[in-house]
Design a protein around this ligand. Structure first.
Ligand code: SF4
Length: 87
């Protein structure tokens, strides 16, 4: 069974930051820019985690499953800094 973790800044909800970090750590390949992008969707099964580009849902110029690591991307939009970040 697969589950998808949405990055909530794009969805107007709360960010499951800990879950996102946990899933990112399971990736076999570093995701590059996608790791910090509001369009990131993580698709998880018990054995694997996949990076899906949410922007591909509305713009076919972007691949649904980008080749990793993504080093340059015209659609990249950084996640906002967490409100409780230690600076
Ligand atoms: S817009 Fe680009 S950087 Fe953002 S998730 Fe999609 S492929 Fe990755």
């Amino acid at each position: 069974m697969r589950s998808e973790v949405m990055v909530p800044e794009a969805e107007g909800g709360k960010e499951p930051a800990a879950e996102r970090r946990r899933l990112l750590a399971r990736l076999a390949v570093q995701p590059g820019l996608c790791a910090g992008c509001v369009h990131l969707r993580l698709v998880a099964s018990p054995r694997s985690v996949f990076v899906r580009c949410g922007l591909a849902d509305s713009d076919p110029a972007f691949p649904r499953y980008p080749a990793l690591p993504v080093l340059r991307c015209a659609g990249f939009r950084p996640l906002p800094a967490p409100a409780d970040a230690d600076f």
